[in-house]
Design a protein around this ligand. Structure first.
Ligand code: GDP
Length: 366
């Protein structure tokens, strides 16, 4: 008898045998829900083996602001560095609506036709404000995002333009170590981010639209001076003549610019990204450029200059962060600002005072 309550003489409530309960733990569940953190060497070997999940995780590490992530990320970058450098780095800029995503989609397929691997990265300064990046969004590059040899990564979203750009630059190193031999870095042609992109790519392509002379004026002169090539998009249908006219105008405008440090004369071509017309003209130009700068030594020279630039930029960024993140310095700055605005102290002595306080703080730590 299982229970005394079930004895024939028992008059109270009876207990019926129930249904056996299921084990509370699902035997098919994976042993660990959380992924264990990889070591730097595991990251590097995953990246080198072309494991895109590991590459993606490593990029996330680069983008993290957590100090220990940063430390690990730097170790991974350092270990990837010997395998980096063997790619064509191409910057692509143009105002919103110029057709960057449409073009990158077809450019990408064009590059991948001959094999190889392509990474599409982005620098989007507006992401700081919108709390999310627009550039590099996979949905904008429909065909490319489904291609097994393409790695698309949106712009890092947090921090200053300098910080965002540095992360993209570091991501290039990882992508190259993973065997990506063409890297696109996309940016919106409206602000300062071009300078940052220019400082990390070999070739800088400006995507333009056919337009009136007025629109030509609207383009920032600085951006045109940085461009190694101008590609006029949407040269299709009724727009072909206008595109050709615009090309002639751009060629004339470029003649007025001083010669580029590479000795290369920027070219202007017309194409249609949407209808996939004359895309090989764009690539013909890019191929000619690489042949030219590799032959005259400018390719190496520019990369060395860029490496130096990024070292100095990183120092600047870290110094600035260290300075401005200190509560005591921030408080003192606020006071000094008031004094300067009230004409109680000159800007220069106020700056000196704040800097001196900073140096004292540094001494205290030592
Ligand atoms: P982005 O803002 O620079 O990335 O520009 P998109 O690639 O999103 O393109 C903006 C608009 O232009 C979209 O509606 C595209 O369909 C259109 N577009 C892009 N390339 C071409 C082209 O070659 N010809 C024509 N007619 N339209 C295009």
């Amino acid at each position: 008898m299982e229970h005394p309550e079930n004895h024939p003489d028992y008059k109270g409530l009876q207990v019926n045998s129930g249904v056996k309960s299921q084990p509370s733990v699902n035997p098919y569940r994976r042993p660990r829900a959380r992924r264990a953190r990889l070591t730097a060497d595991e990251f590097v070997s995953g990246i080198r083996n072309g494991d895109t999940a590991v590459l993606g995780q490593a990029v996330t590490l680069i983008e993290s602001t957590v100090p220990e992530h940063q430390q690990l990320a730097q170790e991974v970058i350092e270990k990837c560095l010997p395998y980096s450098g063997h790619s064509r780095r191409i910057g692509i800029t143009g105002v919103p609506g110029a057709g960057k995503s449409t073009s990158i989609d077809v450019f990408g397929l064009h590059v991948l036709r001959d094999g190889g691997k392509l990474a599409v990265l982005a620098i989007d300064p507006s992401s700081e404000r919108t709390q999310g990046s627009i550039l590099g969004d996979k949905t904008r590059m429909e065909k490319l995002s489904q291609h097994p040899s393409a790695f698309i990564r949106p712009s890092p979203s947090a921090g200053s333009l300098g910080g965002v750009a540095r992360k993209t630059r570091e991501t290039i190193v990882l992508c190259e170590a993973a065997g990506y031999d063409t890297i696109f870095v996309e940016t919106v042609g409206v602000g300062q981010s071009e300078t940052a992109v220019h400082s990390m790519v070999d070739f800088f392509l400006l995507i333009q639209l056919a337009g009136t002379g007025d629109e030509l004026q609207g383009i920032k002169r600085g951006i045109m001076e940085m461009a190694d090539g101008i590609a006029i998009n949407k040269a299709d249908g009724d727009n072909v003549d206008r595109a050709n006219l615009a090309a002639a105008q751009f060629r004339n405008a470029l003649h007025l610019f001083p010669p580029t440090p590479s000795g290369w004369r920027p070219e202007v071509v017309t194409y249609s990204g949407y209808y996939d017309l004359n895309v090989d003209k764009v690539w013909g130009m890019i191929d000619r450029y690489f042949d030219f700068v590799k032959a005259n030594g400018y390719f190496e020279k520019k990369r060395n200059e860029q490496a130096k630039y990024w070292m100095l930029e990183t120092i600047n960024e870290q110094l600035r962060n260290d300075f401005y993140m200190r509560p005591e310095i921030r408080a003192l700055l606020e006071q000094k600002e008031l004094r300067v605005l009230n004409n109680e102290q000159s800007s220069f002595t106020a700056a000196h005072d704040v800097l001196n306080r900073y140096y004292e703080l540094l001494k205290d730590v030592r």
